[in-house]
Design a protein. Structure first.
Ligand code: GRF
Length: 211
């Protein structure tokens, strides 16, 4: 059984996609053991509660300094004892202590085709605003492993989405979520749960064919 901890900050639609995929069997042999949010008002926590999953809030606001928050986040993750950590709309920079403790076992969903439209300042709606202002005709989403650099670790899955005439950032964000994010993240978790993902010495991922 793959034990998964999911880190969230907002609406939790990616979390919901994972919950639903486990329920309908698209993801096998996997259990979400804890949902952690930095935002106590995140609707994602209500989604966790509705699914009977333990939800906890670890907020920087509750600590006197960043190091204390980082240590509390690490403690909460270690308590959950996950095999995999999934960042699903998590708007917090993952501290080095977490990356060190779970190296190679953290994945993130980014709402663009890395290496395009990623890095500092490229999160949430801002990503889609930049895609539209640049005039890109195709965008999409990426699931990648997380390392010390923002949106930089080995790419696992990507899916392209057309930009359409008259798109607003909100309309484009929704299309990227529906047509890419909500498909890729459950699929990535399923592949990892099946033991079909490996990362080679050059930091490139390889997915073993389904037997
Ligand atoms: C999504 O656009 C996701 O790509 C980004 O955070 C946003 C919120 O996702 N990482 P969710 O609805 O909270 O899953």
């Amino acid at each position: 059984m793959l034990r998964v901890a999911v880190c969230v900050s907002g609406g939790g639609t990616n979390l919901q996609a994972i919950i639903d995929a486990i329920k309908n069997g698209k993801i096998q042999n996997t259990q979400i053991v804890r949902v952690i949010s930095n935002n106590k008002n995140a609707y994602a926590l209500k989604r966790a509660e509705a699914a009977g999953i333990e939800g906890v809030c670890v907020s920087p606001r509750d600590f006197d300094n960043r190091e204390l928050f980082n240590n509390a986040l690490l403690k909460s993750l270690k308590e959950a004892d996950p095999d995999l950590i999934v960042l699903a709309g998590f708007m917090v920079a993952v501290p080095a202590c977490v990356i060190d403790a779970f190296r190679g076992r953290i994945i993130n969903i980014h709402p663009a085709l890395i290496p395009a439209f990623c890095g500092k300042g490229y999160y949430g709606l801002h990503v889609h605003e930049k895609v539209l202002s640049r005039g890109a005709k195709v965008t999409g989403a990426t699931v990648h492993f997380v390392d010390e650099d923002l949106d930089h670790g080995p790419i696992l899955l990507q899916k392209a989405v057309d930009v359409k005439e008259g798109d607003t950032p909100e309309v484009l964000q929704r299309r990227v979520m529906e047509e890419a994010e909500w498909i890729l993240l459950p699929r990535a978790i399923s592949l990892i749960a099946q033991g079909r993902v490996m990362i080679d010495e050059n930091g490139l991922t390889h997915i073993k064919e389904d037997e």
